[in-house]
Design a protein around this ligand. Structure first.
Ligand code: HEC
Length: 113
């Protein structure tokens, strides 16, 4: 083991938006362009993933501020109290607040392609 990896302060890892979205598998379900749709290979009773990218029909219209997205990740519920299905909130709920704020900025500002 390289001793320089131990006990030394290391710079904060740089969070890139794509890291977060890729690491937490948003892309796997919401699509490579985050346009949503049926999840390939998913059971027939799974709802389609909504569009996250900005534009017509984006579900991010329901998440105008970071707090609302943080609430979703902590509770697994929409503002009206209904449960969001399929998403792995057991792990997503552990996402730290800084990452969720970055995620919200990213999803709000992302240009549709
Ligand atoms: C295993 C597949 C899966 C993964 C991984 C996943 N999602 Fe989802 N997501 C869904 C599905 C399916 C829905 C629709 C659920 C429903 O209608 O009950 C959804 C719904 C949503 C919603 C809308 C909730 C609402 O108000 O209706 C948001 C926002 C969202 N996902 C963001 C994300 C983000 C950001 C990530 C990555 C950190 C992510 N999702 C990861 C499948 C997934």
């Amino acid at each position: 083991m390289n001793p320089s990896l131990l006990g030394e302060p290391r710079p904060m890892p740089v969070l890139t938006d794509v890291d977060l979205v890729g690491r937490d598998m948003c892309l796997g379900c919401h699509g490579q362009q985050l346009l949503g749709g049926r999840i390939p290979g998913s059971p027939p009773d799974w709802p389609p993933a909504p569009r996250l990218a900005p534009g017509e029909g984006s579900v991010m219209a329901n998440y105008p501020d970071a707090e609302s997205l943080i609430r979703l990740f902590r509770t697994g519920k929409r503002a009206d109290g209904s449960a969001v299905r399929v998403m792995p909130f057991e792990s997503l709920r552990e996402t730290n607040e800084t990452d969720l704020r970055a995620l919200h900025l990213y999803l709000s500002g992302r240009q549709a392609s």
